[in-house]
Design a protein around this ligand. Structure first.
Ligand code: ATP
Length: 220
């Protein structure tokens, strides 16, 4: 299914919520943007398919929005933790299957998971981790947490790996670690031959348990 076939709702149009809306809409998805604040809804109206003023801690209001017909609902309320928790509960009870919620800290995140949020994200923490990883190792272009303890990473082959094969890399021998693809020039090779000799500038795309990827990336 393409992103254009999916319907998303975003509740809370702060800087984070609005960026989510913008990116989803640009990818061709249908986006419903919701906020309790009229001014914020007005600023989202030019960006998304539909923007509405609503208080998502109110059960009847949420029922009228028919959010359970949406593929994913993002709750991006930060400053008001009570509103974030209550909205999550109300949206969950309205039968929404795939709920993403932004959390401020560990305790907020724990509560959200316990009341049924499917994905909890902490943007400042997650971005801090990604930036630090990039600062530590320029060979790692991207490190993306996929949820459930899994991650995906992109590695550029430098001089230390020249002449080695994918099969030589200890990272690729780890349990549940999978080479998803390999790129040399414009060509993307899916499920590449592990005996192929690496060249400088090759891009390796790997997925697996995030703790193993984190640990092994520094030994490459
Ligand atoms: P950032 O701007 O970095 O995303 P933040 O997460 O703290 O920061 P807020 O400024 O808290 O963002 O924005 C959250 C948005 O959620 C606000 O626009 C606020 O009006 C909206 N909001 C708060 N309570 C509700 C509610 N009950 N229903 C719908 N929207 C709400």
């Amino acid at each position: 299914m393409k992103s254009g076939d999916k319907q998303f709702a975003v509740i809370g149009l702060g800087r984070f919520g609005l960026s989510v809306c913008q990116e989803l809409q640009q990818a061709g998805a249908e986006v419903l943007a919701i906020d309790i604040d009229e001014e914020r809804v007005r600023s989202a109206a030019g960006i998304v398919s539909q923007a509405l003023v609503a208080n998502c801690t109110n059960e009847e209001t949420v029922a009228e929005l028919r959010l359970k017909d949406y593929d994913m609902v993002m709750i991006a309320i930060g400053a008001d933790v009570n509103a974030s928790i209550l909205s999550t509960l109300v949206v969950k009870e309205a039968g929404v299957k795939n709920i993403w919620v932004k959390a401020n800290d560990k305790f907020h995140s724990k509560i959200l998971s316990k009341i049924g949020a499917d994905h909890v994200i902490m943007p400042e923490r997650d971005m801090g981790i990604r930036v630090a990883r990039k600062m530590l190792d320029k060979r790692v272009l991207e490190f993306q947490e996929l949820g459930s303890g899994l991650a995906m990473t992109e590695i550029v082959v430098g001089s230390r790996l020249l002449g080695k094969t994918l099969g030589d890399l200890t990272l690729c021998k780890e349990k549940n670690v999978q080479v998803l693809g390999f790129k040399r020039g414009p060509e993307l090779i899916k499920a590449p031959d592990l005996n192929k000799a690496l060249e400088i500038g090759d891009l390796i795309i790997i997925a697996g348990p995030s703790d193993i990827l984190s640990r092994k990336l520094s030994t490459l």
